[in-house]
Design a protein around this ligand. Structure first.
Ligand code: PGA
Length: 252
């Protein structure tokens, strides 16, 4: 069964309590566009408050530690996120991989911890510009996905994959629609091979410089089930344009 289009805002390291007004406005917009599943991943400090302010949208974290708890200064466990009201967590974002040296094995451990704690997972993969130029994009993304996907066929309904080419994040540049489609088709094949029939329903999001102006075109690419949005999710106005494009272009 096809799933609802999924539009997720990743606020990264942006947002103090003043931003809760945007979260409320996004939530109100989501109430009018129920064909689309809308989610926000604010910084940890706003997860609980966003959950309290919003009635419809899903709220999630941007990372979690693989352990349940312990001496890990500055880290947050999946159970803590769940306790704060999160329903999902993003793992393996390229900024985490680059800034914190996270390997595929680390990402897999985080994804498994999140699922064990009752959270859904958005697993990010994506190639660098040099890898794309060398014609290795599909190979690199396939390896990342194989090595970071949590174990077990039953994970299919808990995982969303986000394809985010590193060179498209925050740059205003995007791959062509054909390139996005080719990558999403290859991710779909890998998911179906690995997860069986469940792999056919895993949503595959595109991320990297999605905005209201290019969203409809991107949603026309093969196997795109929604978007992971950074910069354009920081204001309700720009995020709403993307949600509307998903409601119009993506079948539920
Ligand atoms: P961007 O970020 O939309 O600002 O390019 C996307 C992401 O990193 O998830």
């Amino acid at each position: 069964m096809a799933q609802r289009p999924y539009i997720v805002g990743n606020w990264k390291m942006h947002g103090t309590r003043a931003m809760l007004a945007e979260a409320r406005a996004i939530d109100r917009a989501a109430e009018r566009l129920i064909k689309v599943e809308v989610a926000l991943a604010p910084p940890f400090t706003l997860v609980h408050a966003t959950r309290n302010e919003a009635s419809l949208i899903a709220v999630g974290g941007q990372d979690c530690h693989p352990a349940d708890g312990g001496a890990h200064t500055g880290d947050i466990s999946a159970a803590m996120l769940k306790d704060a009201g999160a329903g999902f967590v993003i793992v393996g974002h390229s900024e985490r991989r680059a800034d914190h040296g996270e390997s595929n094995a680390d990402v897999k451990a985080k994804a498994e911890a999140a699922i064990a704690a009752g959270l859904n997972v958005i697993l990010c993969v994506g190639e660098s510009e040099a890898e794309r130029d060398a014609g290795k994009a599909e190979k690199v993304v396939g390896k990342q996905l194989k090595e970071s996907l949590p174990e077990g066929k039953a994970i299919a309904d808990k995982v969303t994959v986000a394809y985010e080419p590193v060179w498209a994040i925050g740059t205003g540049r995007t791959p062509t629609i054909e390139e996005i489609g080719e990558m999403h088709v290859s991710i779909r094949k890998l998911l179906a091979d690995t997860l069986g029939s469940g792999g056919k329903n895993v949503r595959i999001l595109y991320g990297g410089s999605v905005k209201a102006e290019n969203a409809a075109e991107i949603f026309g690419a093969k196997e795109v089930g929604g978007a992971l949005v950074g910069g354009a999710s920081l204001s309700a106005e720009s995020f709403l344009g993307i949600i509307i494009a998903a409601a119009e272009k993506l079948e539920s």
